[in-house]
Write a protein that binds this ligand. Structure first.
Ligand code: SF4
Ligand code: SF4
Ligand code: SF4
Ligand code: FES
Length: 946
């Protein structure tokens, strides 16, 4: 495995289709109109020296190193800012140009410390390369000008340092922060030799607006901005392309290694989801893989009150299998089941559901997507025919109006958030529907046209009111509806939605949003011409989650915003492989590819492939498994890479269910909260230690590549295979590619997918089969997958969770950029510095009424339970609404949330809880004792551990 070197073309590619032919150094080249001379030269292998240009950024033309001569034109224009022209004759190398370039380089070098041999960028420095390229041998200016050589380093960021003495003021960092990331954290102060780069108002990086995305570090051609890991470990020796294991954006990275150690992760420019960008989690927060808390040896215990005992793999697997078999013998075939993970690969998830369906002989398989995007599957499946988003991420570049509802892309899906911001800076209009003023509403050079700050729990009322305005004001796209949708269903829905009770005026009081704002937003969305909807868990995690997804689908259909670039309905998926885990048959009623278990054809395919009869009855969902456990009819559970005790609602119910079981097998990288109730612990491995694929929010299947050996000895799919074999199944895959071959053989939408194809193309979006051999970036182009688009009536029904005198406020929850979900990984990295605790955001008026000041400890109580945390007084949240994140287990947010759930899918209602906030003296006793409790539950037998 060598180093992957990506060519830097200096400027971005041109999207034009018309080709222009020119001659460069006697060689003819044809490139799209609008391409720079620099890029055209690079296409034919001629690297023109450059410093301020890089192909991630717009050309700038400041360093004057890339000068060329063009016949018939005066002077020596910069090749990075000069577009090609038909018949142009360019010379990139001659004595005059060489002299000019040497002069430019001399000026740079005269203001640069000449410590190349000991510099951490030695061998990976563009300044060094360019000095060599222009043949600079001596510097005539002396080194004592008004330079930066004495400037002090800024080491405040945990992941990278800023050494201004090495800065050549090329402004690549400033432009990367603006153009790629959209944060505008950096500026260039002063001018000439005195000019310097500075975060914010001469602040330290850590205290500035910087969100630590690393785009500036990647753009910097010198060692000025540099990863601390490179400084500590030295330059990497080899690399492989893999996929981020955090969020559903699915950023592609080069893992740059020394031996089996990661030196750094560098976003891969060829990654179709991220185009060379990343966020602080994916790029920097991989240290958890080496954390001391990782468990690498299997463990068992007879009772959950016993300490853990380390055993061999053979013993742990044999014990788990014999317990599962015993339970089935004593309590019936349906007494065991399993839970798949949206963090694991497609191949691993497929194997777990196969083990359950074919090995356990029932359909008791479910997944954590139950608690996030199951309403998406239901709602989009019913209306459009496919349980997935309709677009690729690139589509946003062609959107004129962007509607974001119940999502916070700059924190939850940061790389796509940056992409969206870029489009908004270029002129697209923005509508935000969210109880909280998320960053997108107002950020540098972006201002939402409308922020509808609705009361939590009223999504359906708002989306229906938007549709009401569109239908009653004659803004519906009748031609699209007649051609693409079922007209009779539309007519019925239109009659329903036109009723006065759905008008903005009728629901203004209920939602807290002025009617005029709703009307204006509806007109803007209908006008488009290209309007795109992006939504997140703020839509799905409600008792009416499925209804809102259906209402959103209606809105897109009634305006014809489906089936081309720039439009669509796009769920922003939370976890890296939540799309994949749903695709792979993780739900109790569906085989891979969303085919019902009662479907004889689909069942026949798997019966033939797996050689066993399969049940046609849907199995138990997670909450039903726990209920059945309390009843004594469900006693064994295999949980791969999922922490239901921490992430599922109603903690008491879960604890009760898990405690009632006789054999809980947990496979994970850390002893998580669920493991406190487990009898067998099978150590898992991280994404760096295994091969496989993840599927991101745009249905893009991408490779995960092993760059180090599993610390626990086995990849997760191998562990499932060992368990399956011990249960008596014939399972003998030699590599995950063989599992993907089986998926392709049995799942029509994956028929054209293979590791070989992914090797060749980098990634592919399903459906990928005979009908779509290249994959499917945009869905429903000529017709909906289900045939005709289906308008379904989604009436607003108030949640049973009501405010009242005892609980007058509404709590809603969300995420913060630096942390990820329950924080198991990010809390074990330096990211913890940004978010050491969960805070409760409360409106200044609500705070004042309760005598709460910023930073005070407050008690947060609901009908379900109570916890304490510190308050942050802010008008980001509306009056009557409070908000918190749930990244720290000690906060116990799920003690507060209720057990209400979506009517169609049981997705829990995390986003609406009636609460009261009052003063508190500090953490509860339980919270204070949390560490002691959890240490006790995680005891490992000292003798056995040696
Ligand atoms: S790390 Fe990202 S946000 Fe911070 S200064 Fe660099 S580009 Fe800007
Ligand atoms: S820090 Fe790096 S990228 Fe920024 S101006 Fe200096 S040399 Fe250029
Ligand atoms: S945006 Fe998501 S996928 Fe991309 S680096 Fe960040 S966490 Fe990873
Ligand atoms: S690379 Fe063209 S002016 Fe700097």
């Amino acid at each position: 495995m060598g180093m992957i070197h990506e060519i830097d073309y200096g400027t971005k590619p041109s999207a034009a289709t018309k080709l222009v032919t020119l001659t460069i150094d006697g060689q003819s080249v044809s490139v799209p109109e609008g391409t720079s001379v620099m890029r055209a030269a690079t296409e034919i292998g001629t690297q023109i020296p450059k410093l301020c240009a890089t192909d991630m950024l717009d050309s700038f033309g400041s360093c004057r190193l890339c000068l060329v001569e063009i016949e018939g034109r005066a002077g020596t224009p910069a090749s990075c800012t000069t577009p090609v022209a038909e018949g142009m004759v360019v010379h990139t190398q001659n004595a005059k140009l060489a002299k000019l370039r040497r002069g430019v380089m001399e000026l740079y070098i005269s203001d640069h410390p000449l410590d190349c041999l000991t510099c951490s960028a030695n061998g990976d420095c563009e300044l060094q390369d360019m000095a060599g390229a222009v043949g600079l041998r001596e510097v005539r200016y002396g080194y004592d000008g008004a330079n930066h050589l004495g400037a002090t380093k800024d080491i405040s960021n945990p992941y990278f340092q800023f050494d201004p003495s090495k800065c050549i003021v090329c402004s690549r960092c400033v432009r990367a922060c603006e153009e790629v990331q959209g944060t505008f954290a950096l500026t260039i102060e002063g001018s000439g030799f005195g000019s310097k780069v500075s975060p914010g108002m001469s602040e330290q990086f850590f205290d500035s607006e910087c969100v630590s995305c690393g785009a500036c570090v990647q753009a910097c051609p010198t060692a000025t901005l540099m990863e601390k890991s490179v400084i500590e470990m030295g330059q990497p020796e080899h690399s492989a392309v893999t996929t981020c294991a955090y969020c559903g954006v699915g950023c592609s990275f080069k893992a740059e290694m020394r031996g089996e150690e990661v030196v750094r992760l560098v976003p891969y420019k060829d990654g179709k989801a991220n185009h060379g960008h990343s966020c602080v989690k994916g790029r920097f927060a991989y240290g958890y893989a080496q954390h001391k808390d990782r468990i690498t040896k299997p463990m068992i215990r007879a009772k959950i009150t016993d300490p853990w005992k380390e055993v061999s793999w053979e013993e742990a697997i044999a014990y788990a299998a014999s317990e599962f078999k015993r339970i089935q013998r004593d309590h019936g075939q349906d007494a065991i089941g399993g839970i798949t993970s949206s963090r694991c690969t497609n191949e691993e998830t497929y194997l777990v559901q196969k083990l359950i369906r074919a090995g356990f002989g029932n359909n008791n398989v479910d997944t954590c997507a139950r608690v996030c995007h199951s309403p998406t599957g239901y709602g989009l499946g019913k209306t459009f025919g496919t349980s997935a988003g309709t677009q690729d991420f690139d589509s946003v570049d062609e959107a004129d109006v962007i509607l974001v509802i119940g999502a916070n892309p700059t924190d939850g899906h940061p790389v796509f958030g940056s992409r969206m911001k870029k489009r908004l800076r270029a002129g697209a209009r923005l509508i935000v529907i969210d109880p909280r003023r998320i960053d997108l509403v107002r950020s540098p050079h972006i201002e939402a046209s409308h922020h509808l700050a609705l009361r939590p729990g009223t999504n359906v009322a708002i989306v229906n009111a938007l549709a009401h305005v569109i239908v009653t004001e004659g803004l519906a796209n009748e031609a699209f509806i007649r051609e693409r949708c079922d007209w009779a269903e539309y007519a019925e829905w239109a009659a329903f939605i036109s009723k006065p009770e759905h008008s903005p005026e009728a629901i203004a009081m209920l939602t807290g949003v002025p009617a005029a704002d709703i009307r204006a937003a509806a007109r803007l969305y209908a006008e488009g011409p290209n309007s795109a909807i992006y939504y997140g868990l703020g839509v799905t995690e409600h008792s009416q989650g499925s209804s809102t997804v259906i209402a959103i689908a209606n809105l897109a259909m009634v305006t014809g915003n489906i089936g081309r670039r720039g439009v669509g309905v796009n769920p922003l998926r939370g976890q890296n492989n939540v799309q994949g885990s749903c695709d792979m048959g993780s739900f109790p009623h569906e085989f891979p590819g969303y085919r019902h278990v009662s479907n004889d054809t689909a069942r026949g395919i798997y019966e033939r492939e797996w050689g066993v009869p399969l049940s046609a009855e849907p199995g138990l969902r997670i909450p039903n498994m726990l209920d059945a456990a309390m009843d004594g009819s469900f006693l064994g559970l295999y949980v791969q890479g999922e922490d239901i005790a921490q992430s599922d609602p109603d903690t008491q119910h879960i604890v009760g269910g898990l405690t009632a079981m006789e054999c809980v097998v947990v496979q994970d990288i850390f002893l998580n909260e669920t493991a406190n109730y487990a009898h067998v612990f099978l150590p898992g491995c991280t994404f760096l230690e295994k091969d496989g694929t993840f599927t991101n929010a745009e249905r893009r299947i991408q490779r995960v590549r092993k760059v180090m050996s599993p610390k626990n000895g086995y990849a997760d799919w191998e562990v499932t295979q060992m368990l399956a074999q011990a249960m008596g199944m014939k399972m003998n895959y030699a590599h995950p590619s063989e599992i993907m071959d089986e998926i392709a053989r049995t799942t029509p939408s994956f028929a054209g997918v293979s590791f070989a194809r992914l090797e060749q193309e980098g990634s592919v979006q399903w459906p990928c089969n005979e009908a779509a051999p290249e994959g499917t970036p945009i869905m429903h182009i000529d017709h909906f997958v289900r045939g005709r688009g289906r308008f379904m009536i989604a009436d607003y029904v108030a949640t049973d969770e009501k405010t009242g005198p005892r609980f007058p406020l509404l709590l809603t929850t969300g995420r913060i950029l630096s942390q990820y979900n329950v924080g198991a990984q990010t809390r074990r990295t330096e990211n913890a510095q940004w978010h050491p605790e969960d805070l409760l955001e409360i409106h200044p008026h609500d705070a004042e009424q309760r005598g709460v000041k910023d930073g005070d400890w407050v008690k947060l109580a609901s009908r379900a339970g109570e916890t304490t945390l510190r308050a942050k007084v802010t008008d980001r949240v509306a009056l009557g609404v409070v908000y918190t994140t749930f990244h720290h287990p000690v906060t116990q947010a799920n003690v507060i949330t209720t057990d209400y759930s979506d009517w169609a899918t049981n997705c829990p209602e995390y986003k609406v809880t009636a609460v009261q906030v009052s003063h508190s003296n500090g953490p509860t006793e339980w919270q204070r004792d949390y560490q002691a409790h959890s240490n006790a539950a995680r005891r490992i037998d000292a003798v056995a551990a040696e």
